[in-house]
Design a protein around this ligand. Structure first.
Ligand code: DGL
Length: 269
């Protein structure tokens, strides 16, 4: 399949989590054409088995591949930590694959940390992906990780997360100098988390680092779109259930009114 700098970037998550990654792509690479897929029907992925996550993420990746994307961005830690290997094997040499974990783990930013906390979904914690990856690059780092299972489903529905829920989780992560928000949904909670730590624990700017890496690779591979903005298309957002109100609201806040939001239902087994 012929791809070119004008081909779209496909990006997917279980729901709204990846929207902030998509937004950062638009900020750093405004000429890029985006197709987003939120598997809202199957959210939360954090509660699903590895097999389920593999099967469903393969369907979404194939869907985006058929839309002639030049790159796939796995904007979900639960998918990355459970299905990255198989997605890379399947799409190797066909399409560029990016994820939200590798660029962070490999980034020099962690060199100055001593003890890092990780909050993530049960599926990400169960995979132990972060610990394995971090230990490859940094021997000096102490890692404390906890599963914060209530957060993503509440964020997805637009519920206000009560302070005591955040406090209950983060009280278990007090003696850390850096915290990784290892679920893209939690990026929507950054301010509340920063307030809990009174700015004294470093929160890594996940979206910036991930998108810098995407931009660099596209540029190195001569796939970055430098086409004038007047020719730019509006992003398309797919959901796998009837478009949830809060999903639509977030899309409009982040990307404006002139975007397309559609439902695409797979024949899931
Ligand atoms: N946003 C996803 C992640 O980064 C997961 C949320 C969910 O569906 O549980 O892990």
């Amino acid at each position: 399949m012929k791809i070119s700098p004008l081909s779209p970037i496909g990006i997917f998550d279980s729901g709204i989590g990846g929207l902030l990654i998509a937004k950062e792509i638009k900020i750093q690479m405004p000429n890029e054409d985006l197709i987003y897929f939120g598997d809202t029907r199957n959210m939360p992925y954090g509660e699903k088995s590895k097999e389920f996550i593999i099967e469903n993420s393969m369907k979404i990746a194939s869907f985006l591949y058929k839309k002639k994307c030049k790159a796939l961005v796995i904007a979900c830690n639960s998918i990355t930590s459970n299905a990255l290997d198989i997605l890379c094997k399947t799409f190797h040499r066909k399409i560029l694959i990016f994820n939200v974990i590798d660029p962070i783990v490999k980034h020099k930013i962690l060199l100055s940390s001593k003890r890092i906390g990780i909050i993530a979904t049960p599926a990400t914690i169960r995979s132990n992906f972060y610990t394995k990856e971090i230990k490859k690059y940094y021997h000096h780092l102490d890692i404390v990780q906890i599963s914060t299972s209530l957060l993503a489903p509440m964020i997805e529905k637009g519920f206000k997360i009560k302070k005591n829920i955040i406090n209950n989780y983060l009280n278990r992560l007090k003696s850390i100098d850096t915290l990784l928000l290892a679920c893209t949904h939690y990026l929507f909670l950054k301010q509340e988390i920063d307030n809990f730590y009174h700015g004294k624990v470093r929160l890594i700017d996940i979206q910036k680092i991930v998108v810098q890496e995407i931009k660099k690779t596209l540029n190195d591979d001569k796939l970055l779109c430098n086409h004038p903005t007047w020719n730019r298309k509006f992003p398309i957002f797919y959901t796998s259930s009837l478009i949830p109100t809060f999903f639509e609201k977030q899309v409009r806040i982040l990307f404006g009114k002139k975007v397309f939001i559609k439902t695409h239902v797979f024949n899931f087994s």
